[in-house]
Design a protein around this ligand. Structure first.
Ligand code: SAM
Length: 282
C-alpha cells in the first residue's frame, strides 16, 4: 500500500473568502485534519460544510502526534494540517511534523494562501526584493532587546509579528535600537473590518501608540526598513600591505598619502586604517 499525503493548508487570517477553492476541496477530501485548536477550526469547517474528523496538533503534543500521524500516513490515509489562522508552521505548530515526514520520505503538498507576514510586506511600501521574517521578537525585555541589537545593521526589510499588548514596549525598544528615523509600516487587522496600515517613522509610530489605545488592539505586523547599506571599503590587500610597511617608518598621515599616491586608493580610508593600526600595534 502506498503512503498517504500530508497537505499543509493555509486558512484565512480574517476574511473567510480568502480560503481558496482548492483548500476547501482538500479539507473535505482528506480522511483527517490535524488542527492547532480543534474548537477554533470547527467554526471554519462548519461554515464550509466540511465534516472531516479533526485531531489536535499543538506545541505541547506535537512530538507524540508526529508518531501517530506518521503511522496513519504510512497506512495510506491523506491528512491535512491547519493552524488557527494563515499558513501553518509560520509562527505556528507543524515544523516537527513536517521535518519528520520529510525524513521518512512522505509526500507533502502545500496548499498556499493567507500569511500575515507576506500580506503586510506586500503593502508596506518598503523594499521587497530581499527581506527577513523575524516572527515574534519575544516577551522578555532583555532577550527582545538582544535580538533587536543583532539586527541593527541588517540591510534587508524586517517583518515582525507582535502581540497587541506588547506593541508599545517593542516600539520603545525599536526606537532605542534602530533609531527614531527608521521607516516602518504597522499593519493591523489585515483582511478584517478594522484593517489599518500606518506608514511612518518608528518615532512617529511610537508617539501614535502612546496616544491611541486602538493601535494596540487587534492583530499586528510590523514591517521595518533595513539599515542603510554602508559603502564598500575600497582598500584592497595590496594597499593594506604597503600601508602597514610604510607605517613602520612613517607617521600615519604620510604613510596614507604615499600609499594613495602609489596605488590610487582612497586617502581618507587609508588614514583611518593607519591610525587604527598604529593604535592596535603600539
Ligand atoms: N500562521 C500565521 C500566518 O501565516 O500569518 C501567523 C500565526 S501567529 C501565531 C499570529 C500573529 O500573526 C499575530 O500575533 C499577528 O502578529 C499576525 N497576524 C495574524 N493575523 C493577522 C491579521 N489579520 N492582521 C495582522 N496581523 C496578523
Amino acid at each position: 500500500m502506498s503512503n498517504g499525503i500530508l497537505y499543509v493548508v493555509a486558512t484565512p487570517i480574517g476574511h473567510l473568502d480568502d480560503l481558496s477553492v482548492r483548500a476547501r476541496t482538500v479539507l473535505s477530501s482528506v480522511s483527517l485534519i490535524a488542527a492547532e485548536d480543534t474548537r477554533h477550526s470547527a467554526k471554519l469547517l462548519n461554515t464550509i460544510g466540511c465534516q472531516t474528523p479533526m485531531l489536535s496538533l499543538h506545541e505541547h503534543n506535537e512530538q507524540h502526534r508526529t508518531v501517530e500521524l506518521l503511522s496513519r500516513l504510512q497506512s495510506g490515509i491523506d491528512i491535512a494540517l491547519i493552524s488557527d489562522a494563515g499558513t501553518p508552521l509560520i509562527s505556528d505548530p507543524g515544523y516537527g511534523l513536517v521535518r519528520e515526514l520529510v525524513a521518512q520520505g512522505i509526500r507533502i503538498i502545500p496548499i498556499p494562501g493567507a500569511c500575515a507576514a507576506i500580506a503586510a510586506l506586500s503593502v508596506s511600501g518598503l523594499p521587497t526584493a530581499r527581506f527577513i521574517f523575524e516572527g515574534f521578537p519575544g516577551a522578555k525585555p532583555n532577550k527582545r532587546r538582544e535580538r533587536l541589537r543583532e539586527l541593527v545593521s541588517e540591510p534587508r526589510t524586517m517583518v515582525f509579528y507582535e502581540a497587541p499588548h506588547r506593541c508599545q514596549e517593542t516600539l520603545v525598544d525599536m526606537v532605542a535600537i534602530f533609531g527614531a528615523d527608521r521607516r516602518v509600516a504597522l499593519c493591523r487587522e489585515l483582511t478584517k473590518l478594522h484593517e489599518t496600515c500606518y506608514y511612518e517613522t518608528l518615532g512617529e509610530l511610537l508617539r501614535r501608540a502612546e496616544q491611541d489605545p486602538d493601535l494596540s488592539r487587534g492583530e499586528i505586523v510590523l514591517v521595518v526598513a533595513g539599515a542603510p547599506e554602508k559603502p564598500n571599503k575600497t582598500i584592497d590587500i595590496e594597499a593594506e600591505r604597503l600601508l602597514f610597511a610604510l607605517l613602520e617608518e612613517l607617521p600615519a598621515s604620510q604613510a596614507a598619502k604615499l600609499t594613495a599616491k602609489i596605488l590610487g586608493s582612497n586617502r581618507g580610508e587609508l588614514y583611518e586604517m593607519a591610525v587604527k593600526h598604529k593604535a592596535e600595534t603600539q
